[in-house]
Ligand binder design. Structure first.
Ligand code: ZN
Ligand code: ZN
Length: 134
């Protein structure tokens, strides 16, 4: 399947020829800052399925000391994707257009969620990460 995504100003666009996998939402304090939100909303993508269509020159990266980073639009500030050791790792679900036919499968680090956030009942929740998963 073909999935497209773009930032808020629309200058940066990408396409995924394949599936998004393992959609998750992390409620830790780091993800709250990185996503400027109550949690992250993120899914994995295979590097060979992913391609930038436009605006790649506007991408700015913030890379942590562990080699994992996020890339965002210098013009509008949308965070578009995650990178690991320089390669695309996943996409932020907020920048995906339309319906990528995937749902958030798990909510992780709910043990450190913000006090102001109310997580709905019935969603799969984990106090920490999920063992064996990146
Ligand atoms: Zn933008
Ligand atoms: Zn997190």
């Amino acid at each position: 399947m073909k999935i497209t995504g773009e930032c808020f100003c629309g200058e940066i666009k990408y396409e995924v020829n394949g599936e998004l996998r393992d959609a998750r939402s992390c409620h830790c304090s780091r993800c709250r800052k990185a996503f400027s939100s109550q949690a992250s909303a993120y899914a994995l993508v295979k590097p060979q399925d992913f391609k930038w269509l436009s605006g790649e020159k506007l991408l700015t990266s913030f890379v942590s000391q562990h080699g994992f980073g996020l890339q965002f639009c210098r013009k509008c500030g949308s965070t578009l994707c995650g990178i690991y050791n320089g390669a695309i790792h996943g996409v932020t679900l907020g920048c995906v257009n339309g319906d990528p036919k995937i749902e958030l499968g798990r909510h992780i680090y709910v043990g450190s969620k913000a006090n102001w956030e109310v997580i709905p009942e019935g969603v799969p929740q984990y106090q920490g990460g999920v063992p064996g998963n990146a």
